[in-house]
Design a protein around this ligand. Structure first.
Ligand code: PLP
Length: 408
């Protein structure tokens, strides 16, 4: 009988290395305690170097960076914007801040990200759409080349949400450098953290300068506070930047640890009726979160309401709810797959496009075995596994045994 872990095993928690404190102290001792300073400059230039983009603007959050990206893309009230569907709400909410209407594009099984086939269908239905927001979910790159080709054909701008994928590469090139306007996040649970914070990345100097202005209250060059545009208080603090600065040298180490975690799960589950979250050829994820999906035949009955869930335990089968409940009993944190946006009450009326081009009309008629709604299916059968880089191999082996037990 396995004992409950004394210290909780987290999904993904901050991992500090002590350099962070050095740079925070430096900010304190030199009194650069505001939104200007050496830590900010250093962080902007090192992320530029890492990602291979020309300009970076450090902001208070990844969400703020996405908001600035949506503004740069010129999204106006009533404009439709194509968005990844299976993602965190922060990918799409900034579209709404600007009055835009997210149109959700279904996911594909090959990468769990935006399905280029569904995107093409969406452009056939809405050829005038001018912006597409793509995400690399859980640190795994999407089909960038295919998506880019379609966006080029329709003259649409790409906003790349690389909040979860810093350090991941697609055909050898870093994510965060593919879109016209890109966002990364330094939130507490990401691959590296500032405790909070984010960054806008672009190759367009004029765009970067606009964001520098908008994010510091859109002050004009005048002796007094002069305003011609709406401003925001979105700049990163030099104290937060100190934490980020201390973390950047450890990005590759964190990725290596997370990769080892993914492969241990993969090996540990090889005899179970489950699969790990998929990775496209030519991609190297940052392995931020390890996830799994249960084979259809091995799912016990699970019924999800809007806020509650029930399942019926069955020998030889399991479901995400059962696994998460049992993990919690052992003081281990997992999480359901991010619930797709088209299933969220707030976005229930928004268009949703599947690969047959007819998602929203048919998503209520979910057909088992030949699902048209791939996002709903992955949400139903998938879960995020504890992926904390401080979890030891020994602890992970215990967790693997616990999960195996769910299928007995
Ligand atoms: C975390 C996250 C964000 C938002 O970043 P914050 O820094 O928390 O505002 C946006 N998109 C995705 C996919 C995320 O995981």
């Amino acid at each position: 009988m396995v004992k409950k872990f004394e210290n909780k095993i987290w999904l993904s928690s901050p991992t500090m290395h002590s350099d962070e404190l050095k740079y925070v102290t430096e900010a304190y001792e030199t009194n650069w305690m505001s939104t200007v300073g050496k830590n900010i400059d250093e962080v902007e230039s090192s992320i530029c170097n890492k990602v291979g983009c020309k300009h970076a603007v450090a902001l208070s959050a990844g969400t703020a960076a996405l908001h600035m990206a949506v503004k740069l893309a010129g999204v106006k009230s009533g404009d439709y914007v194509f968005c990844s569907d299976m993602t965190f709400g922060a990918t799409v909410n900034p579209v709404v801040y600007e009055g835009g209407i997210p149109v959700f594009i279904d996911s594909e099984y090959e990468s769990w990200n935006m399905d280029p086939v569904a995107l093409e269908k969406a452009f056939e239905i809405y050829p005038d759409v001018k912006a597409v927001v793509i995400v690399h979910l859980y640190g795994t790159p999407c089909k960038i080349d295919e998506i880019k080709a379609i966006c080029d054909k329709y003259n649409a701008v790409i906003i790349e949400d690389a909040a979860e994928s810093l350090g991941a590469t697609y055909k050898g090139k870093q994510t965060g450098g593919f879109g016209n306007y890109n966002a990364v996040s330094f939130n507490g649970n990401k691959i590296i953290t500032g405790s909070s914070g984010g960054m806008l990345l672009t190759d367009d100097l004029e765009a970067a300068n606009k964001v520098r202005k908008w994010s510091t209250q859109a002050r004009e060059n005048a002796p007094w506070y002069q305003h011609e545009e709406v401003g925001y208080n979105y700049r990163m603090s030099n104290v937060i930047a100190g934490v980020v600065r201390g973390q950047i040298p450890y990005l590759e180490e964190h990725i290596a640890q997370k990769k080892a975690i993914y492969h241990r799960y993969q090996e540990g589950f090889k005899d179970l009726p489950v699969k790990m979250n998929p990775i496209l050829d030519d991609c190297e994820p940052n392995y931020w979160l390890s996830c799994m999906i249960i084979d259809k035949e091995a799912m016990c009955k699970q019924v999800r309401g809007e806020k509650e869930v029930l399942y019926i335990s069955e020998t030889g089968k399991s479901c995400p709810t059962e696994i998460l409940e049992i993990l919690a009993k052992y003081n281990v944190e997992g999480r359901p797959i991010w619930k797709p946006m088209h299933m969220q009450p707030i976005y229930r009326m928004n268009p949703f496009i599947t690969r047959d081009g007819n998602g929203r009309a048919r998503s209520n008629a979910y057909i088992e075995g030949e699902s048209l709604d791939i996002g709903a299916d992955i949400f139903e059968r998938g879960l995020c596994l504890p992926s904390d880089n401080k979890m030891t191999e020994e602890q992970q082996n215990i967790i693997i045994e616990i999960i195996k037990g769910c299928f007995e």
